[in-house]
Design a protein. Structure first.
Length: 479
């Protein structure tokens, strides 16, 4: 999301940052480009106009223009105003709710309501809550089954009564949650291609019956301005407390996200960035804006790493690394952790300066090849994994056969593993420079992946010699 918008905005600022003095004409030129970039990203034109006017007002101030770092000043003003577009809210569900809390999802057909119900259930579970789900979509025969499958995947209970009346299904779920002590009821609802009175009446009736604290409008980001128009309509007729923007992994231009608060007047609660249950994130306006301005989304990255990496495991790995006892087994653990963090593309997008690098996209570590690396390590004996120096020619042949790879691949992996060990050793107390994280925190090597050139794009990607010390895939610290 926001890829081309980010590239353009960052381009504007790069040209400004070098300037010792800014003229009004320069600022006006930059604003013109930002205006175009926003319009091309499908941001509502009224929103764009108001935004540019506000930035202009603040940036044309003589104090800004004459300051020592006018470029930075203007960047900061744009950052503030972008944040204002997203509203004050930090996303998520309402802070206060009765128990059990009822969360109702609404929206047009195919926007992602049912998928988001499943994602939300898993998200809540990971927050230590005890959710249950219910489908009130009785028109589409497969809809109820779809929700049950998701509930099973998320490992949460689903209320599945005989009744085919949407209102009594929702009511029944609430009663069951009360009786069994579950703390959240997620109510999935039917969608329509277009807003119609029948649908609105049904939603209204469900709402009155179960009194949801959170009414989340689920909008497909790919449909841009249309999604927002209907959000406004749902808000007027039913009342909406937050928006979930889905399919941000697609080539949505992102304008919808930037317009929704101004146009509909409700904050973005969550964003969906994939089809898997894990692909739901709390909406953090400040992080998204930082990402857009090329400041990277380091916090999200750290959070993902924390979710994927077990703290004790991290300590253990760090200890081993220090003692130079890092083995192929540990390496495999890391690979698994990285894969748990989600699609590599979305991870790369969070690293400062990486999001827009064309060559990163082209050379990004290939998930398939990570699978091959895991297969190779899986075909080794425990002894071999502990001490790779014992893996001679015939063992390599056996491992290649066992993993369905080639001796060359095994050789390459071993060579890269040794190199990685050496580099990790060298980096020692490294960490990622410039992240402003204090010393003395445990460091988790989640490395093992390298983007860019150095080894001919083999995709196995170990931190190569050419990488700067402590690059993003080197050591990541956890809190
Ligand atoms: N890529 C991607 N696909 C998504 C996302 N969220 C949902 N989908 C896909 O969108 C399609 C529709 O999702 P559903 O959850 O069935 O949508 P719905 O709003 O419940 O649809 P109806 O019940 O028919 O109104 C499915 O194929 C989902 O896998 C997302 O964040 N990213
Ligand atoms: Mg559905």
């Amino acid at each position: 999301m926001f890829d081309s918008l980010s590239t353009r905005i960052q381009g504007v600022f790069q040209s400004l940052r070098g300037e010792v003095r800014l003229t009004e004409a320069q600022v006006e030129g930059a604003l013109g480009e930002i205006r175009l970039a926003l319009l091309e990203a499908d941001v509502n034109f009224k929103v764009v106009k108001a935004f540019v006017d506000k930035v202009r007002d603040r940036a044309m101030d003589q104090e800004v223009l004459r300051s020592l770092t006018p470029g930075q000043h203007v960047t900061k003003i744009v950052r503030d105003e972008l944040l204002a577009l997203f509203g004050e809210s930090e996303g998520g569900l309402r802070k206060v709710a009765p128990k059990p809390r009822v969360v109702m999802l609404l929206g047009l057909q195919g926007s992602g309501k049912t998928t988001t119900s499943g994602k939300l259930a898993l998200w809540l579970k990971r927050q230590g809550r005890h959710p249950m789900m219910v489908s009130t979509d009785v028109r589409r025969p497969a809809a109820i089954a779809q929700l049950s499958v998701l509930a099973e995947q998320a490992g949460v209970r689903v209320h599945a009564p005989e009744s085919m009346d949407p209102v009594s299904r929702a009511r029944g779920a609430l009663a069951e949650a009360k009786a069994t002590g579950l703390d959240t009821v997620i109510v999935d609802t039917a969608g329509r291609l277009h807003i119609d009175d029948d649908l609105m009446d049904e939603l209204q009736a469900i709402k009155e019956a179960v009194q949801p604290t959170d009414l989340l409008y689920v909008a497909d980001a790919m449909t841009g301005q249309d999604a927002i128009k209907s959000a406004g309509e749902f808000n007027r007729r039913i009342g909406v407390t937050g928006v979930v923007l889905t399919k941000l992994d697609g080539d949505a231009r992102g304008g919808a996200a930037l317009s929704v608060v101004s146009v509909v007047g409700v904050p973005i609660a969550f964003v969906g960035s994939g089809e898997r249950l894990e692909d739901l994130e709390l909406f953090h306006p400040d992080r998204i804006v930082s990402r857009m301005l090329g400041m990277g989304d380091v916090l999200s990255l750290i959070e993902k790493a924390e979710q994927a990496i077990d703290q004790d495991e991290a300590q253990r790995l760090e200890e081993k690394l220090r003692k130079n006892q890092f083995t192929l087994d540990d390496f495999r653990t890391q690979l698994k952790a990285i894969r748990k963090m989600g699609p590599l593309e979305s991870i790369l997008g969070m690293i400062p300066g990486m999001g827009n690098l064309k060559q990163v996209a082209d050379n990004k570590p290939d998930e398939k090849q990570m699978g091959r690396v895991e297969a190779i390590i899986g075909s080794m004996t425990p002894g071999e994994r502990r001490d790779e120096s014992m893996i001679g020619g015939s063992r390599r042949k056996r491992i290649a056969m066992g993993s369905g790879t080639s001796v060359e691949e095994v050789n390459r992996l071993l060579k890269q593993f040794r190199e990685m060990k050496r580099v990790l050793q060298m980096m020692g107390q490294g960490g990622i420079p410039g992240l402003g994280m204090g010393k003395g925190m445990p460091q988790v090597p989640i490395g093992g992946l390298r983007q860019g050139s150095g080894h001919g794009g083999d995709g196995f990607g170990m931190p190569g010699k050419k990488r700067k010390k402590g690059g993003p895939w080197g050591l990541i610290k956890t809190r």
